[in-house]
Design a protein around this ligand. Structure first.
Ligand code: IVH
Length: 709
């Protein structure tokens, strides 16, 4: 085991014990999953036993950490490839939004009218920050945390219990709590933790997150709870769902009770009398926004009296007794110092504003998008005037705005501050990276470099796309490494095929790689292994990875499914001519493939340099054919199946893929729409439900016979 067991359990502080418990419980859960579900044990039996012993020792010393669902109590792992669904006992609602002070006065008026309160009667509200994270519902039974679920669609969320248990702000056990209590609140990540996480990810060549909310969501929704445990998530409690007895008779009282139970509650929560006090609270919270250290996107007002909340009740998805008063998109004025042109994977020339750095809502912005040449000129794509037709020039004072997680944009320009010498911007007609013509096709808002792979910017962006998650997903080879390898004259990674020749290069070359920043002996061999593992690649991933314009993941899936093998696809595309002939017609006949997409695919196979690059790549790969749905004669075509219990001959994922390949739909739960249930040992409620509904249920052997496997 690791340093985790270096300290005797007796020496642990409660905080350290909780941290270790989270890490070890997650490691045990992961080992269980690897062993039972994936059939690929990751640790030895002795290490596994040591982990469990340590966990038990911690639980004996700190009983608050012990719980019914602890891995010390569990046998095996859930046979699931995704999160189980959880139906919320009480729906998780959203909030009505307001942006103007007038809407808040109207909110208060409406409530008074609804309750028929006499004019001037006191009406109190709470005002609290609206945390920009993701909501979570925690179910406690007899004080023990038994389930954590995401909001999902409000009715049904995902079971993320193992992950939630790794969050330090979430108590595992409550003392003197109601028999049943669902605590609801927001999972979020602080700015500092977000920055550190992204810095680590960038260093490791992994994907970075766009903002703290995405980072929090991505971290909570991890199938491997050990990953969640390693991410610094936090939780604010602000509401409740099902409960066996009320927490208090006011909102504020309930928040105080949640705090007394051990939850983090937001310290800026306050009581306000009437709408003016709400607006004052809003302004004050907005002023503190930049220094809070976490993202908030407004202030939530709630009627304080819970009896009145009950009387007010709900509309279809929002309570009448609460409203979210959002902050406006954040704006700032600054000087446009230069316009740079970036060239993307498909050759698109994108203008980027280089700005005199300015703080917009607590974030320093020095770059913003200018969209395209029409936008700079003050025209929309259809030629109409935008910004009253004002163009944007270098030297201008421009208004920059950030809304939520989007890239900052230049929104407006102040003509009164335009320098006399400012010249209209002339959009380049040649590629700034390779000098090829940059042309704008009719109906396209974007000007594109025609250099193809000759253009270094396109080549490097194509490579980044090639190794990205939905494409080849090569561990240890992220955008940063791609840039480094691309620029290196000796490593010469200039096109995807070069990645696969890396492991076979001569020793002198590799020695250079080993001396590179961030690359040791170990990481080089890990990288080579990761590359080797991806020589065998499913057809759909390969097609997506080629980075053909208009071919996203779903188009790649369609093409793969329809052509089945690389050979068939390649021959058809080679034989096809844009606009005519049987191959073109066959391509267009695919449901979901339009003319633009079809032409783009055919053209990329007829463009000599691009085609040669594809051929060099494919020569080094072993392309897995796409599973063809053999629906003709399939006994389960069009049927809805449910798998439950443990499957012994194949993993759940495999069984699902087989069934889908035979044209069946695989559902997660049994309902009247289910046609057939396949139940392995340990099947529980789903098999019972099938019996109740009279749905045919068979075992794994019968299933294998049915599909002729
Ligand atoms: S109360 C019945 N309070 O905002 C009302 N929600 O836009 C339940 N949120 O889904 C929500 N901070 O995820 C409430 N202090 C706060 C909040 C808050 C953030 C989120 C929550 C909700 C969403 C609605």
């Amino acid at each position: 085991m690791t340093a985790l067991d270096a300290d005797p359990v007796e020496a642990l502080t409660p905080e350290e014990a909780r941290r270790q418990w989270g890490l070890i419980a997650a490691a045990v859960a992961r080992a269980n999953r690897a062993y039972h579900t994936l059939d690929a044990p990751e640790i030895s039996d002795a290490d596994y036993d040591a982990l469990k012993r340590r966990l038990t020792a911690i639980e004996l010393r700190f009983p608050a950490l012990a719980q019914a669902e602890s891995p010390t109590q569990a046998v095996g792992a859930e046979p699931s490839e995704t999160f189980a669904k959880v139906r919320h006992a009480v729906r998780m609602l959203s909030l009505e939004n307001a942006f103007e002070a007038g809407e808040i006065v109207e909110f208060d008026d409406r409530i008074r009218r609804y309750l028929n309160l006499p004019a001037g009667a006191p009406l109190r509200y709470t005002a609290e920050p609206k945390i920009d994270g993701l909501s979570l519902s925690l179910r406690y039974e007899r004080g023990l945390l038994v389930q954590a679920a995401t909001r999902g669609d409000g009715e049904t969320g995902e079971n993320v219990t193992a992950n939630a248990r790794t969050i330090g702000d979430i108590p595992h056990r409550l003392t003197s709590a109601p028999e049943l209590l669902e605590v609801r609140g927001e999972v979020y990540m602080s700015h500092a933790d977000f920055a550190a996480l992204n810095a680590r990810a960038a260093e490791a060549g992994e994907k970075t997150f766009a903002n703290p909310r995405n980072a929090a969501a991505g971290s909570l929704r991890q199938l491997d709870a050990a990953i969640t445990a390693s991410r610094p998530l936090r939780f604010f409690a602000y509401a409740w769902g099902a409960h066996s007895e009320p927490l208090a008779d006011t909102q504020m009282g309930a928040i105080d009770r949640l705090a007394a139970l051990g939850f983090a509650t937001n310290p800026l929560t306050r009581l306000c009398e009437g709408p003016q006090a709400l607006l004052d609270a809003w302004r004050e919270i907005e002023q503190r926004r930049a220094t809070l250290g976490y993202d908030i996107d407004g202030v939530v007002y709630k009627v304080d009296d819970i009896g009145l909340q009950h009387r007010l009740g709900y509309r279809s998805t929002t309570p009448r007794w609460a409203i979210a008063h959002k902050f406006p998109a954040e704006l700032a004025w600054t000087r446009l110092e230069a316009i740079d042109i970036q060239v993307g994977r498909t050759g698109a020339l994108s203008p980027v504003a280089r700005l005199l750095p300015v703080t917009v809502g607590g974030v320093v912005v020095s770059n913003a998008t200018l969209h395209n040449e029409d936008y700079i000129a003050g025209r929309s794509a259809s030629g109409e005037a935008i910004r009253d037709g004002k163009d944007i020039r270098v030297g201008d004072w421009v208004q920059v705005y950030r809304a939520g997680d989007v890239i900052p944009k230049v929104a407006d320009v102040d003509l009164s501050r335009r320098p006399a010498e400012a010249e209209p911007y002339i959009f380049p007609a040649t590629c700034p990276e390779c000098g090829s013509d940059a042309v704008r096709e009719e109906g396209d808002a974007v000007r594109r470099c025609t250099g193809g792979l000759v253009c270094p910017a396109q080549a490097v962006e194509k490579l980044k796309h090639f190794v990205s998650r939905a494409a080849f997903d090569i561990e240890g080879l992220g955008p940063k490494q791609i840039e480094m390898f691309f620029e290196d004259d000796q490593l010469r990674v200039r096109e995807p095929a070069d990645i696969f020749t890396l492991p076979g290069r001569d020793a002198a070359n590799l020695a250079k790689l080993k001396n590179r920043e961030g690359f040791g002996e170990r990481s080089v061999s890990n990288l080579f292994q990761a590359i080797e593992e991806k020589r065998r690649i499913p057809l759909n991933r390969l097609i997506f990875a080629l980075g053909i314009r208009h071919v996203g993941e779903s188009a790649a899936n369609l093409l793969a499914r329809n052509y089945g093998t690389w050979e068939a696809f390649e021959q058809a595309m080679t034989a096809a001519t844009v606009g005519e002939g049987p191959e073109w017609e066959a391509l267009l006949a695919i449901d979901g493939v339009g003319r633009v997409l079809a032409a783009s695919v055919v053209n990329s196979f007829h463009q000599a340099a691009e085609r040669a690059s594809i051929d060099r790549l494919v020569a080094m790969l072993d392309v897995e054919p796409a599973a063809q749905p053999v629906t003709a004669g399939s006994p389960v075509a069009g049927k809805t199946l449910v798998f439950t219990g443990t499957l012994e001959r194949m993993t759940r994922a495999e069984a699902k893929a087989r069934a889908e390949a035979l044209g069946a739909k695989v559902a997660g739960s049994v309902s009247a729409k289910t046609d057939l249930v396949i139940a392995g040992p340990g099947a529980g409620s789903k098999a019972k439900e099938a019996e109740r509904l009279g749905i045919e249920t068979i075992d794994e052997d019968a299933w294998l016979r049915l599909i002729g496997a």
